[in-house]
Design a protein around this ligand. Structure first.
Ligand code: PMP
Length: 372
């Protein structure tokens, strides 16, 4: 899709809002009610928030004892789970988002294999004879590679060993079926801006009423778990975006993802496609071309008006070798030469074709420089 003349292929960083969700948000922007107020305006705001909570609960098929707590995004929800669950021991996978990896300095790291999948046998070993209260945090879908983790199997190991599980499902919501009861995790994190809602709102789903201590304290909103006046317009738009989810339609993006990978491989057989042997979500490809550092590729494509990334956008604009790829065993050259293309609900085939043409041009320049 063209945003002010740009070809936007960075949906895992943020997805443009779906028009109907944007419309809902705009409708609510001037609304005066505070959902904690007793008067009519307050009650209307409360009703809208509870409607949104219900819409998200329906999309996730939550159970009667599951609670949705709205937060200012997934970073906060991940912090709330890892700190608020009050566990003595935390185990996190090596490919987690920084908002999980950087929360507890005492977190133990669970390794992944070359395909980006967590080592379940290693987890089982880490938990052998465990007597401490333990939380395991493994994301459902990796934001850089799109690799899908076997969360249900992780939950089974955790149950056997008496541990709890948190899953950052930000990149799964709206992209693969997400039924929280089937998944079996104790805590689930979501973010609105990865599925057609606005930035700055997300939630933590607390399953089976697991106790969580508030990390932001004040007026005791959100069932005493997250204080602060609810972000009404953003929450309403988040809820509406949940009603627009089309997981089946999303799978069609795999065709264009595969088209990109085939073009890259045909031109550069040495290119490495990360997670290609694992289950992956349909919209994401991450590949590396060791001859062309990420920066070279990103700048060339940016000059052509193409927005892609080298992985997580959460490192304040820096181009660093990806920790995800390094955890998968990539060397510095490959981890520093990666490119992530992530498609979304408004991607058109011409965007994909334009990307391929410009990427091939860039690759041609790299090749002729090498020869010259
Ligand atoms: N987890 C994952 C997997 C993500 O992709 C992101 C966004 N890059 C986050 C957490 C953080 O989400 P937010 O921007 O809502 O804080």
């Amino acid at each position: 899709m063209s945003i002010s003349g740009l070809t936007y292929l960075d949906h895992n960083a943020t997805t443009p809002m779906k028009p109907a969700a944007l419309e809902k948000m705009q409708e609510m922007l001037g609304f005066p009610g505070n959902a904690s107020a007793i008067h009519k305006a307050g009650r209307d705001a409360r009703r809208r928030i509870e409607q949104a909570r219900g819409e998200i609960a329906a999309a996730l098929q939550t159970g009667a004892r599951d609670i949705i707590v709205f937060t200012a995004g997934a970073t906060e929800a991940n912090n709330l789970a890892l700190l608020g669950a009050g566990m003595e021991r935390v185990i996190v996978s090596a490919t987690e988002h920084p908002s999980v990896l950087n929360v507890r300095s005492d977190a133990e790291i669970l390794r992944v294999d070359a395909n980006g999948i967590v080592d379940i046998a290693a987890l089982d070993q880490m938990l052998e004879g465990n007597t401490r209260q333990t939380l395991i945090s493994v994301m459902y879908v990796n934001n850089e590679t799109g690799v899908i983790q076997p969360v249900e199997e992780i939950v089974a190991v955790a149950r056997k060993r008496g541990a709890l599980v948190h899953s950052d499902c930000v990149q799964a919501f709206g992209k693969i079926p997400l039924d929280v009861q089937k998944l079996g995790a104790d805590f689930v994190t979501l973010s609105a801006h990865k599925m057609g809602g606005p930035q700055g709102v997300g939630c933590l789903v607390i399953c089976n009423c697991n106790p969580v201590t508030a990390q932001i304290r004040g007026g005791n909103q959100e069932k005493n778990i997250r204080s602060g006046t609810e972000n009404l317009p953003a929450i309403v738009a988040f809820g509406h975006a949940a009603t627009l989810i089309d997981v089946e339609g999303f799978q069609k993006l795999a065709l264009w993802r595969d088209k990109i990978e085939a073009a890259v491989k045909a031109a550069a057989p040495e290119a490495v496609i990360f997670g290609a042997n694992s289950p992956r979500i349909a919209n994401t490809t991450m590949f590396a071309l060791p001859a062309a550092p990420s920066e070279t590729q990103l700048i060339a494509l940016d000059l052509a008006g193409i927005c892609v990334s080298n992985g997580s956008a959460c490192s304040s604009g820096t181009v660093k070798p990806s920790h995800v790829l390094k955890a998968m065993g990539a060397d510095d050259a490959a981890a520093g030469a990666s490119l992530r293309v992530s498609l979304g609900w408004n991607t058109a085939e011409k965007d994909v074709d334009y990307f391929i043409a410009k990427w091939l041009e860039m690759y041609g320049r790299v090749q002729s420089r090498k020869k010259g």
